[in-house]
Design a protein around this ligand. Structure first.
Ligand code: NDP
Length: 306
């Protein structure tokens, strides 16, 4: 069997592509790595800017999208894709541990993962005080003191979320301003138990079996300052999961180059969602890619097989 399209990744972008492929009567599969968290959106406690939902949890929004896809018959395969071969040929191969699948087109929707903080002893405390997901791990810090690193939407949302659980939240920002949207900035600045410390970089964690404090450096100081905290949440951006096409496709700053049509530099291979070079990475731009790409796939198939 040669599929019309294989969609790798089952976040909002991949599932939307699945829904649109189904509506376009394409013979399609959506692959989801069964060991991975379904999507970054599942770690977002509140989505307030997706039209039609003025307040919904990320997990609930994801569940709605997945239910929609399954109800209309989108085929989701729980296998991890380990390799793409023959990507320059008309029939491309998608390998999982279990099987090799053949397809005329591939849509890469593998999303992104949080970046690491890069401070000493970070790895020693991952899962034991260092976290990249406030909604997953926030509950462990009830009435404790935590630091959140970052100044974008994720870090500010995390600080707001954690302020409802922890006794005290320090928001440690690298620049002397926040990069998050204005509405989030206003909100976090008005929370009593959140203290924002600007122009600082976290250097080290102190502690034996658990985090006791962190050492950070203010840009104007020579010596390090110490902050007593029980946990550290890192929210400093994302790394796109582009390994499957690394060195094979045109990239820019680790993102795959593709415009609104989602066509990459390789014929028949498309990139959607957070792995694509774009201005704004949110659920709405991910789902929008998922819709657009199917029109591009249909055009490609028509041109090739008319
Ligand atoms: P961003 O890239 O927007 O912000 C990253 C922040 O982390 C910046 O403040 C940056 O500082 C800081 N930073 C980067 N590296 C380091 C480092 N090594 N040490 C300390 N600080 C560092 O990433 P986000 O994770 O906040 O957001 C990712 C994407 O998700 C964005 O596109 C965002 O808009 C989107 N998003 C949207 C939401 C919404 O609309 N509700 C919610 C959550 C995410 P500097 O400014 O100095 O570069």
């Amino acid at each position: 069997m040669i599929y019309d399209t294989i969609i790798i990744g089952a976040g909002p972008a991949g599932l939307t592509a699945g829904i649109y492929a189904n509506r376009a009567c394409l013979n399609a599969l959506v692959f989801r790595d069964k060991y991975a968290v379904s999507s970054q959106i599942c770690n977002t406690y509140e989505v307030c800017n997706y039209p039609g939902f003025n307040n919904i949890s990320g997990q609930e929004l994801y569940d709605n999208i997945e239910r929609h896809a399954r109800e209309i018959g989108v085929k989701i395969v729980d296998e991890k894709v380990i390799e793409i071969t023959d990507f320059n040929l008309d029939v491309k191969k998608v390998k999982t541990k279990e099987k090799v699948y053949e397809t005329k087109t591939i849509i890469l929707a593998t999303g992104a993962n949080p970046k690491k903080g890069g401070f000493d002893r970070e790895d020693d405390f991952v899962g034991n005080g260092v976290s990249y997901c406030a909604t997953c791990d926030g509950a462990f810090f009830k009435d404790k003191e935590v630091a959140v690193i970052g100044g974008g939407d994720v870090a500010v949302e995390d600080a707001i979320y954690l302020s409802r659980i922890a006794k005290k939240v320090y928001l440690l920002v690298r620049k002397d301003f926040l990069r998050a949207t204005k509405i989030l900035q206003e909100e976090v600045k008005n929370i009593e138990n959140v203290e924002i410390i600007y122009s600082v970089l976290v250097k080290n964690i102190i502690g034996e079996n658990k985090i006791e404090s962190i050492l950070y450096k203010h840009k104007d100081d020579i010596i390090l300052s110490e902050l007593t905290v029980d946990g550290v949440f890192v929210g400093i951006g994302i790394n796109p999961n582009t390994e499957l096409l690394k060195d094979k496709v045109e990239m820019s700053n680790s993102y795959i180059v593709a415009d609104e049509t989602c066509r990459t530099s390789i014929g028949g291979i498309f990139a959607i969602g957070d792995i694509r070079k774009k201005q704004l990475r949110q659920v709405i731009t991910a789902t929008s890619d998922g819709a657009n790409v199917i029109t591009s796939v249909q055009k490609y198939l028509l041109e090739k097989y008319k």
